[in-house]
Design a protein around this ligand. Structure first.
Ligand code: ATP
Ligand code: MG
Length: 413
């Protein structure tokens, strides 16, 4: 149920993990969240002030008609647990009851309702229970047909939340759930290997959700790429870019065609492992150049022959930085669900993969030494040449496909 609180002029933003931090860390994380909210609002062309009230971020849009859109922006910003459009009134019994009355007069209360009051300031001349009772009576006095409504404290159709602070009281009836996590930019960045498939953007998103911005890297496989691989990879990158907000990094397209051509001519069994190592080497070099402290991939245990537990070991050893695999333990259908939620599924519907490179016989149980022996001796030169020829993508120039993220309204919680 989408109900806008009449007179809503602000969006209350709640965060989760941030509140468990020490005061200094908390301050740093809050500042980043505010900066990210400002960026996201600007990206959505919503003019608003973003500030703090009662140790929580609050958004004050210049134009009240953008409250709904601003709430949705907040609810899709990483670090936000939930957001509510709210009406602010002075903390007096009269003005609070006046706001409750206008809710009822607007015909918004239909069926069952409940009022939940919370007092942040215990020195007020009324208790939460007194306020709830008075507000309940006001509702019955203000609706056209009191027989059409009833109080249901357990499972009401509409919950009216009244949050009372010393001078200002917030009223709201809606809670939009956000993604949670820690604000992007509160951890050091990691290089994200993005293939244009379903998995890699989800993996990048999961890392961003814990605060680490990603440096997206697509490795172009030259003649062995599918016709629209690069376009899909770039659309995936554009799809996750809004989540990074003010902490986004440039994306790189690295030409890997020369290496793959050499590889297809020289290595059969174990080819995919040498290719994966090439990708890790490239990612590690880009990490070095961008001060990134890890590499993130969409690999999942056993999803493909190159992702057996043995092969993850045999391929990981070439990187100096840790390789993060946030999807390691997920099934494909679970990853697909996540891709739909974050809106990157459309640009990645077809499994990217590299079927035209895969040899007839794949190695499922390689050791690091076995793969060492397969690598061309001049692999470092290939890596260096590919990095030299890498291009930075200007995401602003891309007309990206963006699925709107799924929003759930939880007005009854
Ligand atoms: P995805 O895993 O993104 O759906 P995929 O399943 O087709 O694509 P895999 O063969 O599973 O790709 O590759 C495993 C991981 O290796 C990817 O998740 C991605 O992180 C990385 N990767 C694969 N191909 C490329 C590429 N061309 N450029 C950059 N990274 C890649
Ligand atoms: Mg995959």
């Amino acid at each position: 149920m989408q109900v806008m609180t009449p007179g809503a002029d602000a969006v209350l933003v709640r965060f989760g993990d941030i509140s468990t931090k020490s005061p200094q860390v908390r301050r740093m994380m809050e500042d980043r969240l505010l900066a990210n909210l400002r960026w996201s609002l600007q990206d959505a062309a919503i003019e608003a002030e973003v500030t703090r009230e009662w140790a929580r971020p609050i958004i004050l849009p210049n134009d009240e008609s953008t409250i709904g859109a601003a709430t949705e922006v907040a609810a899709s910003t990483i670090g936000v647990v939930s957001a509510s459009p709210c009406a602010r009134v002075p903390t007096t019994m009269d003005s609070i009851l006046g706001a409750v009355a206008s809710l009822a007069e607007n015909g918004l209360i239909d069926g069952s309702f409940a009022i939940r009051a919370r007092r942040a300031d215990k020195s007020l001349p009324f208790t939460s229970v007194e306020l709830e009772r008075a507000a309940g009576s006001t509702v019955f006095e203000s609706v056209d047909d009191p027989s059409s409504i009833e109080v249901d404290l357990e499972d009401p159709d509409m919950m009216i939340f009244v949050e009372v602070h010393e001078s200002t009281t917030y009223l709201h009836t809606e809670i939009l759930q956000g993604p949670g996590g820690l604000p992007v930019g509160t951890q050091a960045p990691c290089v994200s290997l993005i293939s244009g498939g379903i998995d890699s953007p989800v993996a990048a998103y999961r890392l961003m959700r814990r605060g680490s911005p990603v440096v997206p890297v697509y490795i172009d496989l030259g003649p062995y790429s599918g016709p629209d691989h690069q376009a899909r990879a770039i659309e995936s990158i554009a799809g996750i870019r809004p989540y990074a907000a003010s902490a986004a990094h440039d994306a790189y397209v690295v030409p890997g065609g020369d290496f793959v051509t050499e590889l297809v001519g020289s290595v059969d069994r174990g080819r995919m492992l040498v290719l994966r190592r090439f990708m890790f080497r490239v990612a590690d070099r880009i990490a070095e150049a961008t001060d990134a402290v890890g590499i993130v991939t969409g690999e999942a245990l056993g999803q493909k022959s190159s992702q057996t537990a043995s092969n993850l070991y045999a391929t990981s050893v070439v990187a100096d930085r840790p390789i993060h695999r946030p999807l390691l333990t997920l099934d494909k259908n679970e990853i697909t669900e996540l891709a739909k939620e974050i809106g990157t599924y459309q640009s990645a519907k077809i499994d990217a993969g590299c079927p035209s490179i895969a040899p007839a016989q794949v190695a499922t149980k390689a050791t690091p030494t076995e793969v060492d022996a397969l690598e061309p001796t001049d692999i470092d030169q290939y890596v260096a040449a590919a990095i030299d020829a890498a291009e930075i993508v200007d995401l602003e120039t891309i007309e990206s496909y963006r699925d709107p993220p799924i929003m759930t309204s939880m007005s009854n919680h």
